[in-house]
Each structure stands twice: as structure tokens, then as C-alpha cells.
Design a protein around this ligand. Structure first.
Ligand code: AMP
Ligand code: MG
Length: 488
């Protein structure tokens, strides 16, 4: 008897046998344009993710094959794939840009796995498209590695995100602030539809196409909303809630996105389009991780308000089909919803079971002390979770911290049921900018070991791994406040 080979219970597929069903492509030329990828020359595999491969039922060993590198460097393509550049627009830094779109990435097609899940295969850095404007359609190795690492590290922390299957690099020179090398990232997501897709059809007054896009999104991403008396409103409600839930997780884990333009906001409420993102090192509520963001529009503490602003842009684009007052009523619920979710996450991290009226104030006091002392955000919370007295060393005003700690311990003593769960939600390892930078510098010298190592380490962020103590340390002086450029 021939039994199918399985990985973790799921049947295994070979790359050649991936099942494509390109639903978005079938919407036609109003929504995307057929474009053939421009291949990399002399491509090599930099890193691949076995977890992402498992989403497609792929055997991780296939990453070692030549065809894997050929497919993900644009040199070969499945006959059933249908590469297309999607059109969208969006608000960038608060200003409407009427024409964006996939300028350097292509939706290769939609793969259906053995569980019937659809996954978009999107090849980023695949060359110029009708939406490239002045750009070269390329992505550099540096930014591709950064997106890869974040795409796989965030889900391991419980933060919803697009995923990354692999990065390949070629010999092709690409010119940014300096000469770099072209690379490609294979991104996976259940959908690549952004808030900006809806804005494009709304502002070009193509309301029939907008309706088609809404119906497509309802069918493919929010099928359960179709039964609602007001399906479009129900979908907006869910997008909004998922988005605020994602933001609560960003804030709880110290993640700063850096470029929260509406074209970088996924309709699935997942973290999307990684640019100059950063995890905080020392706690600084006003941290700006994108050095082109002079006004601090996307500073860490502004992310909840910006998400709300972006959702208002999406709501505006839905006004041909939903009453404005209904959308406004939905928007009015979001900041309180975010605050409750954020507080819940922080309570869990601190081991405070069940809500108490003083929680918000007690949390604010801790954050203020961290801000005043420039305490390392992750180390402080992990030490507190381990009941390690060394937490005190993170603070300059020890007496103030001692006072807070007494209240914290009294708070924990009210109900000790949440204490045991703390280690599973306070990471030891975080994708700090300097760790990514070290891996990138080695990769630029064709040594990919550190990228692969860091990726593996971040798959288990909550478990101390012997011999890996250095990765849990605060950044060295050179690695603090690295300036990450927007050009990628
Ligand atoms: P991003 O800042 O990566 O979210 O990109 C914003 C817009 O610029 C999107 O429409 C991208 O497709 C486009 N874009 C960014 N970089 C390039 C590039 N090197 N070549 C062509 N288009 C690009
Ligand atoms: Mg983008």
C-alpha cells in the first residue's frame, strides 16, 4: 500500500506539485497587470523557513534543491502560476498618493494546501512593473533579510504577520545610498489586499470595481461576514478589530513598524510590508525608528492612533456601500478596545490575574520609570517574570522602583493563578536591530550562517537556549539607535 509521506500529520507536496488556483488574477486587468519576473543572475539561497514551507506542505529538504533557488529567484516559474502586479493607492505620511501598486513585487499566484487554505505567493524584488514609477523594481539583500527575519520572528511572539518562505541573492548590482546586491524575498500571506486597494477604486470613482473588490474580499477573507445583515459593515468591523488587536501586540512587545501608510496595512489585520521597523531596546515611548520620519508621525506611542486614522481612511473608501454614521460608530469603539486588549496583554506579562481598577496606573508607573532610566524593555520584563532581583539594576532611582515592586507583588498576591504563565509570554530573545545588522553584514560577505542561526533562535523566543546568552543581552554601544533608512 502506498501511504502518502507526511510532515507533522500533513501530507507532503513537492514544489512541482503545488496546486494553484489564482482567484485574484481572475478578477482581471482592472485589478492587476500581468508581468514576468526579471530573474536574478547567479542566484544563491540565503535562508529559508521550514515553518513557512510547512504552510504549503513542503518538505524542508526541498530548500536544498536547485529548482527551489531557481523558482524563488524568478528564473523559472510554474506553468500554473500567473504573475501579476496589483494596483493600489494609499495615504503616505498622511498625504494621499493616487497611484501606487506593486512596483517591485509580483503576486505569483495562490496555492491551496492540503487543509484547503489559500496562500498568496508574492515575490518581492522581482523587477519593474507598470507601478514602479521612478524605482528599479529591485529589493536589496539588506532589506530582504530584515523582512525575512521579522516575518518569521513576529508570529513566534504571537504577533500576526505575513510570512516569508526564503531569500535569494544574485550578483546584480542595485544602487541605493551605496551599491548593494539585488535579492528576492518570497512572501506568503492569506491575502495581499491592502487598505490602499479600496482607496484606489474609491478615489478613481470606479464604484463597480470597488464593489467587486469588496465582494472578493468578503468571499476569500471574511466569508462568515456574508451572512450578516450588513456584510460590508461586518467586514469593516472585523478588519478594524483585528487591526487594533495586532497593534495591542505591537505595543505590548515593543514593536515599531516605521511606515504605517495605508498601502502597508493589510486587510487581514496582520503586520505587513516591513521597512525600517525596530523592536525597542531601552524603553522610549516616543521612539522613531524610521530616520526619514522627521515629524515622528509613526513614533512608537502614536501607532494606536495612526491605526485608527488608517481605519478611518478605509472606512471612507467604503462609504458608497455603508452608512457613514455606522462606520463612525464602529470607529468610536476602537481606541477603548485597543486599550483593553493592551492592558490585558500587559497584565498577562506581569502576572496580574483578573482586572483591578489600579492596573493602568500601576503599569504607567512602571513604564515611566523605565523611560526615566532608559531600562531595557525586554530584559526588564523578563527579569520581572523570573522574579529575578536583578530587575532592580535596570533602574536609576532604586527607591522608586522598590516602591513600585512592592505594589506589583501585592497586586500579584491577590490571585497567583497567572504567575506560572509569565515565562511563556515574556521573550528572552527579540529581533533587535543590531542582531539583524550583524547577520546582514556577514551575509553581504556571502556568509549566511548568522542569518540562519538568528532565524532559528527566534523561532523559540521564550526559551533560554544554552550557549546563546549573548543574544539575550542588551545591545552594545554601536548597536543602539541604529539609523535604518527607508530605501530598501
Ligand atoms: P514601500 O515603501 O516599500 O511600502 O513602497 C511604497 C511604494 O513604492 C510601493 O508602490 C512600492 O511598490 C514602490 N517601491 C518601493 N521600492 C521600489 C523600487 N525599488 N522599485 C519600484 N517600486 C518601488
Ligand atoms: Mg509598501
Amino acid at each position: 500500500m502506498n501511504l502518502p509521506i507526511t510532515v507533522n500529520g500533513a501530507p507532503m507536496t513537492s514544489l512541482a506539485d503545488l496546486q494553484f488556483d489564482n482567484r485574484f488574477a481572475r478578477l482581471g486587468d482592472t485589478f492587476s497587470t500581468r508581468v514576468v519576473p526579471e530573474p536574478l543572475s547567479n542566484p544563491r539561497l540565503v535562508v529559508s523557513s521550514e515553518d513557512a514551507m510547512a504552510l504549503l506542505d513542503l518538505d524542508p529538504a526541498e530548500a536544498q534543491t536547485e529548482i527551489f533557488t531557481e523558482l524563488f529567484s524568478g528564473r523559472q516559474i510554474w506553468s500554473a502560476a500567473e504573475p501579476r502586479a496589483m494596483v493600489y493607492s494609499g495615504h503616505q505620511f498622511g498625504v494621499y498618493n493616487p497611484q501606487l501598486g506593486d512596483g517591485r513585487g509580483l503576486l505569483l499566484g495562490e496555492v491551496v494546501n492540503s487543509r484547503g487554505e489559500y496562500w498568496d505567493l508574492h515575490l518581492k524584488g522581482a523587477g519593474s512593473t507598470p507601478y514602479s514609477r521612478m524605482g528599479d523594481g529591485r529589493a536589496v539583500l539588506r532589506s530582504s533579510i530584515r523582512e525575512f527575519l521579522a516575518s518569521e520572528a513576529l508570529p513566534a511572539l504571537g504577533i500576526p504577520s505575513s510570512r516569508a518562505l526564503c531569500v535569494t541573492v544574485g550578483d546584480d548590482p542595485v544602487y541605493r545610498e551605496r551599491q548593494e546586491r539585488g535579492a528576492m524575498l518570497l512572501r506568503l500571506a492569506r491575502s495581499h489586499i491592502r487598505f490602499g486597494h479600496f482607496e484606489y477604486f474609491y478615489y478613481t470613482r470606479q464604484h463597480d470595481a470597488l464593489r467587486q473588490l469588496i465582494d472578493f474580499t468578503l468571499q476569500t477573507c471574511y466569508p462568515h461576514c456574508q451572512q450578516d445583515a450588513e456584510p460590508v459593515l461586518a467586514m469593516f468591523r472585523e478588519v478594524a478589530r483585528r487591526t487594533m488587536h495586532m497593534i495591542a501586540r505591537w505595543q505590548a512587545y515593543g514593536f515599531c513598524h516605521g511606515v504605517m501608510n495605508t498601502d502597508n496595512m493589510s486587510i487581514l489585520g496582520i503586520t505587513f510590508d516591513f521597512g525600517p521597523y525596530a523592536f525597542l531596546d531601552d524603553y522610549d515611548a516616543g521612539h522613531i525608528c524610521n530616520h526619514s520620519d522627521h515629524a515622528g508621525r509613526y513614533a512608537f506611542h502614536r501607532q494606536p492612533a495612526i491605526a485608527h486614522w488608517n481605519l478611518a481612511c478605509l472606512a471612507q473608501a467604503l462609504t458608497p456601500f455603508v452608512e457613514v454614521d455606522q462606520l463612525k460608530a464602529e470607529l468610536a469603539t476602537l481606541i477603548p478596545l485597543y486599550q483593553a486588549q493592551y492592558l490585558h496583554l500587559m497584565r498577562t506579562r506581569l502576572g496580574w490575574a483578573s482586572a483591578q481598577p489600579e492596573d493602568e496606573q500601576l503599569l504607567q508607573q512602571l513604564l515611566q520609570q523605565m523611560q526615566d532610566s532608559a531600562s531595557d524593555y525586554h530584559i526588564t520584563l523578563r527579569l520581572l517574570a523570573e522574579d529575578d532581583p536583578a530587575a532592580r539594576d535596570q533602574f536609576i532611582d532604586r527607591a522608586a522602583f522598590d516602591g513600585w515592586l512592592r505594589q506589583h507583588q501585592a497586586r500579584q498576591a491577590l490571585d497567583t493563578s497567572a504567575l506560572a504563565g509569565r515565562l511563556a509570554c515574556n521573550p528572552v530573545y527579540v529581533l533587535r536591530n543590531y542582531l539583524a545588522q550583524q547577520a546582514i553584514e556577514a551575509a553581504e560577505q556571502n556568509d549566511f550562517a548568522e542569518v540562519r542561526h538568528l532565524h532559528q533562535l527566534l523561532r523559540q523566543p521564550f526559551t533560554r537556549q544554552p550557549g546563546r546568552e549573548a543574544y539575550a543581552a542588551p545591545p552594545p554601544d554601536w548597536g543602539r539607535r541604529l539609523e535604518i533608512s527607508c530605501s530598501s
